[in-house]
Design a protein around this ligand. Structure first.
Ligand code: M6R
Length: 600
């Protein structure tokens, strides 16, 4: 979703801001802009569409060493140049960029800004006009900024420029991600460390309801009441090459290919010298003490949670419920006496999950976050974190983060089983190594999978994925992958459920992808395939060695029966990728979607 950058130093700010925004493109956006300050004033350049379009309108003649930039994912007001950020106050003295949603902006307009003609439909513009109003009333800029932020309800990460003081960027944050990067004689602001790795790898976390006054040589953090806060920077352990595509045409393909490496990396990070699973004692204790585990997540991470439930219940015999984050607070189940909440989130910034975490902490319950971004909000605010070690995931469609989440859940489930004295009868680390090898085999079968995508999905307008038991959960993920990047209407169904309604949609040639990796449901899912084939469907059966039959379309290498989701999803990811490619879709940046969904 929206991304923010800011720069104050000695170099040409325009180029650094534009490069920073390019690094934030993966989050999803529909317009972009920058503002740079010079002695003559603040110059704003903004456009609807891609950063490449913005680049064309930026006046290279304007020289500046301070500026702010923004990628916008529309919430209030259509995607347009007028609604794109930066926004300016009525006199143009103040210029702002904002990520988040100001829930009470209509109220603020009525209470404070009746006399102001707003230029855009955004909630953001209210903020910059309020700062100007309070400054006109005699407050210092810092006081006006703090006053304004104290009136806001909702989420924000904000950067503000004052044309009368071009040596300062004012920054504020609540619920939306924001970091300040520090370096000798230059400081930066970013929604995500990746955007400003070009300048520094030293970052300061900013907490909710804090402001930061950023100059070239100094960074001052304060609470909204003006109390100074001191905090040491941390080193962002990111490799700049991880966020480049290299020779790959798309990040998604690169990330699919990285999965065997990611699984081996996870093994290495979570393995003791004697080959056993290494997890923090505190985490083991928290899981053991819980009488029920509640997994909270969204999208693909929710699908990983469904598989996680199976793993934890089967291995550790501990009851688990899995909930969609955006629904949990409205449909809250009766909680057990000693619940443990597990939040699964690639980004660690998903607002829906964070909303649940905040409530859970208010109720005094323990929370563990499984995330790919250890310094993220969900990681910081939970009691414990398990890192998925997948490396930055840039493509909007989540691939390696999903398999990494399931691998970490496998180790968590196995570790809990061991702590309870349950003998699994197999070595989870050994089985994950077999998974990594199988993934490699699958990644080398791209030509076959491309052909399947062409044969089944070149012209269709819909597609169904069916499976039973754990395969059903992978079907949900396969359908999500296909729909989000190829725009083919795709749905995942439990094999037995089709005949209760959805079978009415089967027509001559409707593609049905069926997963058959589970022995105990092999015959029944094949029966379901026959039912739809008899009604004209075009079935694509993906089975596994040992259960395969002669006419199966694709056969997976054998892995442990509980770990099949980690391999069966790979052909589905690749089929989705090639289907999107054949249809000319923007694979890495699908329409309407954002990588990091930071609004509720
Ligand atoms: O960062 P998170 O894992 O919390 O994100 C959750 C979903 O927004 C995410 O998985 C989304 O469904 C992906 N685009 C799916 O590919």
């Amino acid at each position: 979703m929206c991304g923010i950058v800011g720069y104050i130093g000695t170099e040409d700010a325009k180029e650094i801001l534009l490069k920073g925004l390019e690094k934030l493109e993966y989050r999803g956006y529909d317009s972009a802009g920058i503002a740079v300050a010079t002695e003559e004033g603040v110059h704003v350049f903004k456009e609807k569409g891609r950063i490449a379009t913005l680049r064309e309108v930026v006046d290279q003649g304007v020289k500046s060493t301070v500026g702010i930039g923004h990628t916008r994912w529309a919430t209030h007001g259509e995607p347009s140049k007028v609604n794109a950020h930066p926004h300016q106050s009525e006199s143009s003295r103040f210029t702002i960029v904002h990520n988040g949603v100001i829930e009470n902006y209509e109220q603020l307009k009525r209470d404070y800004l009746q006399a102001v003609t707003l230029q855009s439909d955004t909630d953001t513009e209210v903020v910059v006009q309020l700062v100007e109003r309070f400054v006109h009333e005699g407050q210092s800029v810092e006081a006006a900024f703090r006053h304004t932020l104290s009136l806001l309800k909702g989420s924000y990460a904000i950067a503000l420029l004052d044309k009368k003081d071009t040596d300062t960027i004012y920054v504020g944050k609540n619920k939306s991600p924001l970091l300040v990067g520090v370096q000798d004689g230059v400081n930066v602001v970013a929604s995500d460390a990746m955007a400003m790795l070009q300048v520094t790898d030293q970052f300061l976390e900013i907490m909710d309801e804090e402001i930061v006054i950023v100059t070239k040589d100094d960074v001052t953090i304060k609470t909204l009441d003006g109390t100074a806060v001191s905090r040491e920077p941390y080193t962002a352990e990111l490799d700049a090459s991880d966020i480049e595509k290299g020779t790959y045409p798309h990040f998604m393909l690169k990330e699919i290919d990285e999965q065997p490496f990611v699984i081996r990396n996870i093994i290495q990070k979570y393995q003791n010298e004697d080959g056993s699973v290494r997890l923090d004692e505190d985490i083991r204790q928290a899981v053991m003490e819980a009488d029920r585990i509640y997994i909270i997540a969204a999208g693909t991470s929710y699908h990983a949670g469904l598989v996680g439930k199976q793993l934890i219940e089967n291995f550790a015999k501990q009851p688990v419920e899995v909930h969609i984050a955006s629904e949990f607070l409205y449909n809250m189940p009766l909680l057990s006496k000693r619940p443990l909440f597990i939040f699964i989130s690639q980004s660690g910034e998903t607002a829906d999950s964070r909303g649940v975490l905040v409530e859970v902490k208010k109720l005094g319950y323990k929370a563990l976050t499984i995330t790919n971004v250890p310094g993220s909000t969900l990681s910081r605010e939970a009691d414990f974190t398990l890192h998925t070690h997948a490396g930055p995931e840039i493509a909007v469609a989540s691939t390696k983060a999903y398999t990494a989440q399931m691998a970490v859940l496998t180790l968590l489930a196995a570790d809990t089983a061991k702590a309870k004295g349950i003998d699994l009868g197999f070595d989870p680390i050994q089985e994950l190594s077999i998974v990594a090898n199988a993934m490699e085999t699958l990644c080398n079968q791209k030509e076959t999978l491309e052909k399947i995508a062409r044969d089944y999905l070149a012209v269709t307008r819909n597609c169904f994925f069916i499976g039973r038991a754990t395969d059903y959960f992978v079907c949900l993920e396969g359908a999500l992958k296909l729909k989000e990047i190829s725009y083919i209407q795709a749905e995942g169904f439990a094999g037995g459920e089709l005949k209760h309604g959805t079978i009415a949609l089967i027509e001559e040639g409707t593609p049905i992808v069926a997963l058959a990796t589970q022995e105990h449901v092999n015959l029944s899912i094949r029966g379901n395939v026959k039912e739809v084939a008899a009604r004209g469907a075009f079935p694509c059966i993906i089975s596994i060695e040992g259960l395969n039959e002669e006419d199966d379309t694709f056969v997976l290498p054998k892995v442990h029966s509980h770990l099949t989701p980690l391999v069966s999803v790979i052909p589905l990811q690749l089929i989705a990728y090639y289907a999107a490619l054949h249809r000319g879709c923007d694979v890495d940046k699908p329409r309407n979607l954002a990588k990091s969904v930071t609004v509720e």
